[in-house]
Structures are given as structure tokens and as C-alpha cells.
Design a protein around this ligand. Sequence first.
Ligand code: NDP
Ligand SMILES: O=C1O[C@H](COP(=O)(O)O)[C@@H](O)[C@H](O)[C@H]1O
Length: 569
Amino acid sequence: MAIQLSHFSSSSTALYSFDHKISYFSKWVTGIHFRRQLRNHFELKSTNGYPLNAVPMQDEGSAAKTLEEEVHFPESGEPNSMLSITVVGASGDLAKKKIFPALFALYYEDWLPENFVVYGYARTKMTDEELRNVISETLTCRIDRRENCQDKMEEFLKRCFYHSGQYNSEEHFLELNCKLKERESSKLSNRLFYLSIPPNIFVDVVKCASTKASSGTGWTRVIVEKPFGRDLESSRELTKCLKQYLTEDQIFRIDHYLGKELVENLSVLRFSNLVFEPLWSRNYIRNVQFIFSEDFGTEGRGGYFDNYGIIRDIMQNHLLQILALFAMETPVSLDAEDIRNEKVKVLKSMMPLQLEDVVVGQYKGHNKGGKSYPGYIDDPTVPKDSVTPTFAAAALFINNARWDGVPFLMKAGKALHTKRAEIRVQFRHVPGNLYKRNFGTDLDKATNELVLRLQPDEAIYLKINNKVPGLGMRLDRSDLNLFYKTRYTREIPDAYERLLLDAIEGERRLFIRSDELDAAWALFTPLLKEIEENKIMPELYPYGSRGPVGAHYLAAKHNVRWGDLSGED
Ligand SMILES: NC(=O)C1=CN([C@@H]2O[C@H](COP(=O)(O)OP(=O)(O)OC[C@H]3O[C@@H](n4cnc5c(N)ncnc54)[C@H](OP(=O)(O)O)[C@@H]3O)[C@@H](O)[C@H]2O)C=CC1
Ligand SMILES: O=C1O[C@H](COP(=O)(O)O)[C@@H](O)[C@H](O)[C@H]1O
């Protein structure tokens, strides 16, 4: 079977070639792949440029079936197929906050196949009705702006069920399997498991789910949440254990930052606009900054956080993934493997991280405006003598021809003055600038800066120098800006929506391959060991402040000024 839906013309006519039964094709076009083509096609008109070719999946599954045997795994949208999504850890925070709302949004927008069910699985005893109440409470307070929302929600809730069980009990997963089978009736079934649970039980669940509750007729895929290990060794061990039960193609390691709209747009901006790519190198770029800041502490997640710290929680995954996408060479195509190959090359070209190029901090209690804010160690789940960093800044370097000598700065912190995530690209000075004298002695203020604000209020803007209107020659800094709120009326989908849909469709581009993960841990593990073995004391910073001053010294050492602190935005 080989179906290539290679392109849509502007009149939406599909040009295709195939050597498969016509009847199968007619079913297939009603399915999810076809709708995905439409998704890409229509979005191409506005912002998107993603794959214009689709190949039906035949990759994974419990049985080693081959193409030659002419066996195919059903597409999620085939009329006679069924999709069962099991959220393991359904009683938890992430399931409630993100996964169920994302599934509902996909249903509401008509992205899910006609036949689907959602199962919640956890130890907590709950009836189907109780799970529905939890989901409905979360949805009601978020989505009331959508039309006919109440009706759609009722319909969605009817597809939601719950099964209580232990995470290491084969018997309980067999029970789940029976329930899934009942709902699947005689249909061909695909099964997606979302592991929204602490990492110490990933393997137990994968073992039970794959041996006792995987699909006998379709594909079985598992989305694995972070943290994926806490260093190179544990991550390799986890991968090894998971691979006893699943193939790499069945494992979808999620990094939800890759599902954010602006991160998706990064490659579009760079590779589909002539004005950017030629500047994308050490020849024009002075430094690049990846900034993550939250204006709240570890509230409620101190127990988890203390075992990981901000470097593992944010830098080693979210920020490093964005850096790799930013710095990669042009991939051969937009296929998942081509993109991931390029990202791995970047990760492998990175210079070892030096302790003197890293600053760590921890927030302390602070009184502001008559209100008192707790310090990190005031969290009852955190040991009083904890030295776990809640803030880190680091300078990284890529040892290749394109980026030699360019500092890539990362900064991530909790309990800071603002909630924001950005990529900031600072360009070099204009050589022999004719307007030098207009900038006084501070030439840094005259350099261009491109900002991609991932959140909140998604935006792209370019800081330029501009003449202030009038008879004199006064210059100021202005922005050429693209604010999503004013440019686009449609709501920006949550990252989890995109990633869930991709996993259902078998699109792996935004999921982390095992060698990517390995390279990311190889980069950060020696540094983490050094910090922990030497008990490096974090610099304390007040809750709600701009973080430790050490971060400024680090930037200054590399002739950089943090863009988010320039006071211009
Ligand atoms: N919450 C968030 O914002 C984010 C979370 N993540 C990751 O997603 C996953 C889920 O996160 P979150 O929902 O916050 O986690 P929770 O701590 O809420 O755990 C989810 C569920 O797992 C079960 N559980 C919790 N602790 C244990 C334990 N020690 N042993 C066995 N079962 C346990 C509980 O269900 P029950 O007792 O009913 O079995 C709980 O409801 C984690 O891997 C987390 O790192 C990633 C990004 C953000
Ligand atoms: O993965 C994580 O991300 C969240 C921040 O996600 P965002 O999409 O709200 O920016 C962070 O709070 C959490 O500590 C971390 O585990």
C-alpha cells in the first residue's frame, strides 16, 4: 500500500497516485489523514506551511505485520475504525488542566474521528459520572465563549468513561481491555495511552498496557510525559525498559513547548521568508536568548520539583528543544525524521557546559504591597535545607561553522516579576553606522532585535531604528510588529491540542526521538552532577523580583544585555 497525497491545488483538487483498492481510498478520504491535508491546506493560506504529503501509517502495532502481507492498520478516521484514548493518571492535575480540555477542543473543532472513546484510568475510586463532573467543571470555566458549547460538551461527556485500577496490576489492565473491547464492538481499533503520571510508574504502566490492553487490530501508541529520566543514565535506562514493551515508533515523548504556536512558526518564519535566513548565522547575529519566566512559585508541585530543579524542568527540555530548532540547518524536507536529524546535529555540536557559565538561584519569601509571598523552602513538601535551583541562567555555544562564538543564553525562573516565554535574537552593530552620533556612546541600543514572544500574547516584532518625524534628525527605536491578537481572530490552540492530534495521526515531528533525548541529557548531565556534587549554593532572590544579579554578570561576561530587561518592551 502506498498512497501519496502529494498536493492540493488552489481549487482543493487532490492530485494523487496510489496502488491500493479504490474502496479503501474512498474510506480513507473520509478519514483523519484527509482532514489533516485540509487542515494544512487551509492554514497554508494564513500562517502555516506544513507537510503537503501524507503516507498512511503502517508502522507500529503489537504484531509485526508487513506491507507485503497487505495488512494495514486502520486510520483513525476510517468509518469502521475506533479510537480509544486512555488517560492514565486521570485523577491528576495535568489531566484535568490540559488533557481533557485539549481532547474536548479537538472534538469541538471536529478533529477527532467519528468513533472514539476517552477512558480515564487511575487508582482513585470514581464512577463514570464523577469523572464527567470533574471534566465538565474544568471545561465550563474555560470554554463558554464557543458557540453551542454546552451541547457539544454533553455529547463529549457521553464518550468519557472511567476505570479505577493499580498501575502495576495486569489484572486491572485486563479489565480495562475488556471495557475498551466492549465499546469497540467489532470495529478495528487504535489505542492511545497518555501517561499523565509520575515517572517512577511509567514502566509498570507500559508493561501492563502493552501486554494486557494493547490493540489487537490496530496501532497502539503511548504518549509519555516528562520528566524522561533525571540524567543520561536514568534516561537511557528508562528508554531501555520501555523498549522491552514498545517500539520507538510507538513512543511519543512529549515536550509541550514544541506544540506552542510560535515554536511551530519559528521554522516558517526562517525558511519561508527570504529576509531572515540569510541573516541566520554568526555573521549577523550577536547572541540569541531563550527566556522562560513564571510569576508564581512551585505551588503544590514542590515535591516533584525538589527532585528535579529548574535546569531539568525547563532548560534541558523546553528551552534546549527550541534552541535546536532555532539553530538547525535547513532540513531536507519537513518530514519528522529530516527535522529531528538536523536537531540532533545541533545538540551534538554543542560545547560542554561550563560551571562558570551558569548561575543558579532560589526564591525567598518577600513582602510586597502588604502581601507576603512564600519562599521556595516554605513549601511544606520541600526540605528546609534544599539547595534546588528555581532559577538558572546559562551561556551555551555551538561548535559549528554557522554559530561559532555566538552565545546562546538561556534563562529560566519561577517566582519572578512576570510570566513570559521568549526567543530574542540580537543582531550585530551596523558597521560604519552613519548615524552613530545619534546613539551617544551606547551603540548596543542601536542594534536590531527580533523577538518571538511565545506567551502570553503571542507576537513577533523587530526592533529597528527610525527617524522621528520632523525637520531635525532624531532617531528612536520602533517596532515592526505582528501581534497575533490583532492580526488573527481565531483562537490559538493549546499546545496539548496540537500534540494530541499529531499523536493520533502518527505525526512525530514534534515528539522527541530517543537519540535527541540522549544528546540533550549528554549535554546537561555533567553540569548537573557538578552542581549537585559540589553543593553549589543558589543565589537567593526575592519572590516577584527579576532574579539573581549573577545573571547580569554572566551576560556581561559574554558582552550581552538581557533583552527582556532593557525596559523597552
Ligand atoms: N501538572 C503540570 O502542570 C505538568 C505535569 N507534567 C508531568 O505530567 C505528569 C502528570 O503530572 P500531574 O498531573 O501534575 O501529576 P500528579 O501528581 O497530579 O499525578 C497524577 C496522578 O498520578 C497518581 N499518582 C501521583 N503520585 C503517585 C505515586 N507516587 N505513585 C502512584 N501514583 C501516583 C495520582 O492518581 P491516583 O492516586 O488516583 O492513582 C495522580 O492523580 C508528570 O509526569 C508531570 O511531571 C508535565 C508538565 C506540566
Ligand atoms: O513543563 C513544565 O511547564 C510548565 C510551564 O508550561 P506553560 O505552558 O504554562 O508555560 C511549568 O510550570 C512546569 O514547572 C514544567 O514542569
